[in-house]
Design a protein around this ligand. Sequence first.
Ligand SMILES: Nc1ccn([C@@H]2O[C@H](COP(=O)(O)OP(=O)(O)OP(=O)(O)O)[C@@H](O)[C@H]2O)c(=O)n1
Ligand SMILES: C[C@](O)(CO)[C@H](O)COP(=O)(O)O
Length: 231
Amino acid sequence: MNVPVWLIVPAAGQGRRMSADRPKQYLPLAGETILACTLARLHAALPEAKLVLCLDDDDAWFAPGQVPFTRWQRVAGGAERMDSVLNALRAMPANEHDVVLVHDVARPCVTPQDVRALASAAANNADGALLAMPVADTMKRATSDGSCARTEPREGLWHALTPQGFPYGRLRRALEKAQASGARVTDEASAVEALGGRPRLVSGRRDNLKVTHPDDLALATAILAAQDDRL
Ligand SMILES: Nc1ccn([C@@H]2O[C@H](COP(=O)(O)OP(=O)(O)OP(=O)(O)O)[C@@H](O)[C@H]2O)c(=O)n1
Ligand SMILES: C[C@](O)(CO)[C@H](O)COP(=O)(O)O
């Protein structure tokens, strides 16, 4: 890749659904923390990338020793994930066409192969790209009392994963506009789509789990152990 590549890692969440004694990115996983595992995967994929790490101002758990990148900076998190990412975009000295990949700290099982595939797709698409996974189950629409209202067609439906990657200028304008309009987008692709963009779907691995609920820790542990045999 001959354009500079940046990595933004939003890690300023509180992990409320995890209900732990600390933000979930600092919970132990495979002998490290979740944050260290995630950064290690990204570093294995793109060791020369510049990292921008979004951390809560009151974060008492972070230790710089968990960052394997040579070039990195810390920025303050915002109220929502999109605000954290926007803080990073505003703080980093990037150029219009630099490639920016955004990856949740809460996805420690991403493989270096998937990160590199996504980086390559992002570098070759003006509207960017995201890792995603086709929906494999029958989809139900629920009634308000928890019964089935109907079965929704699954054709063309994908789960959005991270990383998601875009040219710097395109992503920044999209998120600035979303924030100014009060829209609460849960991923970067949504903001680009709102401006008429069509980010490319890059088929990613099913085991790129977002650690969200307590049960996910055991799953992530098993996934990392299984992957270690094959990476
Ligand atoms: N204000 C916020 C909120 C979330 N995130 C990050 O966005 C990613 C995806 O968010 P999620 O999984 O929802 O994490 P939390 O917000 O920590 O979890 P919860 O919603 O359960 O509190 C995580 O890497 C999280 O650290 C962030 O940087 N800034
Ligand atoms: C960006 C994301 O990981 C894509 O699946 C997701 O939208 C972020 O998680 P959240 O639970 O919606 O904050």
